[in-house]
Design a protein around this ligand. Structure first.
Ligand code: NAD
Ligand code: DAU
Length: 339
């Protein structure tokens, strides 16, 4: 297969590219990535010299560029997105532009090139806050943040292309993913890198919200399974099935790094904070996929990776990073401004 991997210089996309070139020797990969603050060419360093790999810097919303590239491949796998919930709460506009309009531009290009497959990497956040039970693929979508609403918007466009044009799209809905090469704004890499530097770990609210933390290699093998064995027109949940809260994430990191409990700091809660996501993954397991990395093992590997790769993450904690940090993290008792 010849794949166009959009957003392939980000955290999960770059793992997928490295894995595809390693495990499918017959495949070729073109990466299209805008290199936003979250995109990083260094994530692709291990494959840069592979003759089956090509990198193009550009925007998925650039119609001419996308049309040209789409005509040269068999399959499009779309990872490109604005992906951080807290940034979507501050400035939703770019999320609509990339996660909805960008998907539309990709769909139009794929439709006119008659691709055999299109895979959209979506998220369990489209189901919204799940108080009881587990979400199955046929559940109604109920997103509650600008990020999850924009991802749901991208999905709804895909659903309409399936119905209207018989468009062969697969959607995966992965749970919270962690591991090597993750930009240090998400909870796990932020807490690891802060703890290494003896900085506080900012826990939102009471720290009781749970997530189903999925190791990045398992997420990518799930996407690969859905792409190669899944049926066009179907949606697949990807998750491991655990429910781990923010306090446990912090405690695990402090224990693995041998740092004091006193680094835990409760800060003002995230607006509209979803307290629980939980998905049923029987459908993807029915295709032969299984996660292979436990939370404890994945956390150990991730902490070890950040300890050994300071030259990768230190430059990412830049002035812009700390400016966003100052705006985002507030004392617990500070009221929310309406401005
Ligand atoms: P990321 O923020 O690390 O990477 C996103 C990548 O997309 C970056 O390389 C960025 O430069 C690129 N990009 C952004 N806008 C673009 C545009 N307009 N055109 C081209 N490239 C653009 O994100 P991630 O954590 O790797 O997530 C990848 C995908 O997986 C996203 O679609 C996200 O919604 C989804 N997802 C993420 C998680 C998670 O826990 N991280 C879980 C489930 C699903
Ligand atoms: O579930 C899939 C989603 O997982 C993806 O679609 C998103 O792209 C990805 O960012 C992630 O979203 P979350 O909101 O779950 O991830 P985040 O790391 O931002 O937060 C995880 C939990 O930790 C959540 O309950 C909020 C809390 N948190 C987060 C940060 C950044 C803190 O307590 N402190 C923090 O500093």
């Amino acid at each position: 297969m010849k794949l166009l991997v959009t957003g392939g210089a980000g955290f999960i996309g770059s793992e997928f590219v490295r894995m595809t070139l390693r495990t499918h020797p017959e495949d070729e990969v073109v990466v299209l990535d805008k290199l936003t603050y979250a995109g990083n060419r260094a994530n692709l360093a291990p494959v840069e010299s592979d003759a089956r790999f090509r990198f193009v810097q550009g925007d998925i919303a650039d119609r001419d560029l996308v049309n040209d590239l789409a005509g040269t491949v068999d399959v499009i796998v779309n990872f490109a997105a604005e992906s951080h919930v807290d940034r979507s709460l501050e400035s939703p506009g770019q999320f609509i532009q990339t996660d909805v309009h960008g998907v539309y531009v990709l769909l139009e290009a794929a439709r006119s090139s008659r691709h055999a497959r299109f895979l959209q990497v979506s998220t369990d956040e489209v189901y919204g806050d799940v108080t009881t039970g587990r979400s199955v693929e046929t559940d109604l979508l109920s997103p509650r943040s600008p990020y999850s609403a924009s991802k749901a918007g991208g999905e709804l466009l895909i659903w309409s292309y399936r119905t209207s044009y018989g468009f062969p799209a697969i959607i995966t809905r992965g749970s919270n993913t962690y591991g090597q090469y993750q930009f240090p704004e998400k909870i796990i890499p932020l807490f690891i890198t802060n703890a290494i530097d003896d900085r506080p770990l900012p826990i939102y609210g009471n720290g009781q919200a749970v997530r189903d933390y999925l190791f990045v290699e398992d997420h990518c093998s799930g996407i690969d399974t859905a792409l190669r064995k899944g049926s066009p027109g179907e949606n697949y949940n990807v998750g491991i099935g655990t429910e781990i809260n923010g306090i446990t994430v912090a405690d695990t990191i402090l224990r693995l790094l041998g740092k004091p409990d006193a680094l835990k700091e409760h800060v003002r809660d995230r607006l509209g904070h979803d307290q629980r996501y939980a998905i049923d993954t029987a459908k993807l397991r029915g295709l032969g996929w299984e996660p292979s990395v436990t939370f404890e093992e994945g956390m150990k590997r991730t902490v070890d990776w950040y300890v050994a790769n300071e030259e990768w993450w230190r430059p990412l904690k830049s002035r812009d990073f700390w400016e966003f940090y100052e705006r985002n993290y507030r004392p617990q008792d500070e009221p929310v401004s309406k401005g």
